[in-house]
Each structure stands twice: as C-alpha cells, then as structure tokens.
Design a protein around this ligand. Structure first.
Ligand code: FE
Length: 182
C-alpha cells in the first residue's frame, strides 16, 4: 500500500475519535490544519506535515483525554513512523511541533492567551514553557520556523463544523513526497 493509502485507512479506522478536549475529531483536526496551511500558501511539504502532524496519536491506542495523565510523545511516535517513507522536510516540523508550543509559550504572551483549555492542560504534561536556554537551543534547529508554523495551524484546527477538503484530496500530494528520503 502507498503511504497515502495507509494514512487514509488509519484515519478511517480511528480518526473519528474526538481530538483531546476539543470539539473536532482527529480527522477533522488533521484536515483543518492542512486547510489552514493551504490558506497561508505554505509550501506543499508543510501542507503534508500539517495534515500528518498528529498521526502519532492514532498509531497507538488513543486514551480518553481524562486518562491522558502522561505525555505519550505522539510527535516522536508519528515522526518515527513517517520517517520510513518521508524526508526530513516533512518529518522534522512534525517531530518539533510540541517543542514549538513550549517555545511559543515562552516567547509570545499572545500565544499563551489563545491556547485552548485542553492545550493549557497538556502544556504541563509536555514540560511547560521552555527555559531561556531551551529557547536558544530550539532556535538552532534548522526546522524550528517550520515547526512553529505547523504549531499555529495545529492550534487553529479546532473549529467545530468547518468545511474542508477530505482525505482523498490529499492522496496524490502525500504520495508525491513518500519514498524521497532526503
Ligand atoms: Fe494537533
């Protein structure tokens, strides 16, 4: 099966679960993040990254939000799985999208104010805002700006009932990046 085929079957199988504490499903959340990336005229590798940024949540049994007491490091799980088929241009921003939240919380007070209640709860599990040393270290990573962009589309992608293109509409795009291990 192509990567897009696997991704679509994973979302069809488990994507109807609610996105932790939000009013959208996992599938809606992924589609909305990709939609906002497209609206921003993002390069296509970032549209794919936005679409797939949370696939790690679906690769393992998804606990209910109330049971989510430890951080499952879904960004590591997802980027490791995707690294079999996708290059760093797509997977690095995915791997860093939780760090990007901790970075934004340390560097942008407007960002903290717009976080959803569920996202504030998970921030604590994820280590809280970065320290100044962590901020400096994060900024040395080549993918840090792209990770921040993914993070902002991630935060936007929580709109109940928003109409977006469906998964099938990303099939060719996903597969156009699969197999290029850069
Ligand atoms: Fe997300």
């Amino acid at each position: 099966m192509t990567l897009a085929g696997e991704v679509i079957s994973i979302y069809e199988g488990r994507g109807a679960t609610a996105y932790f504490g939000e009013r959208v499903s996992m599938t809606e959340h992924a589609l909305q993040a990709a939609f906002f990336a497209q609206q921003a005229d993002a390069p296509l590798q970032l549209v794919v990254a936005a679409l797939l940024h949370d696939i790690g949540h679906l690769l393992e049994a998804v606990p209910d939000f109330g049971e989510w007491k430890v951080d499952a490091r879904h960004e590591e799980v997802g980027s490791r799985w995707l690294a079999q088929r996708l290059g760093s241009e797509v997977i690095d921003p995915i791997r860093l999208h939780v760090a990007a939240k901790r970075y934004l919380c340390a560097t942008d007070s407007d960002y903290v104010a717009m976080l959803s209640p569920a996202s504030v709860v998970t921030l604590q599990l994820q280590g809280g805002p970065m320290s100044p040393a962590e901020v400096a270290q994060f900024e040395t990573q080549a993918a840090f700006r792209n990770a921040v962009r993914i993070r902002l589309w991630d935060d936007q992608g929580k709109v109940a009932g928003l109409k977006t293109p469906g998964l099938e509409e990303y099939r060719e795009l996903i597969d156009s990046f699969a197999g290029r291990n850069t």
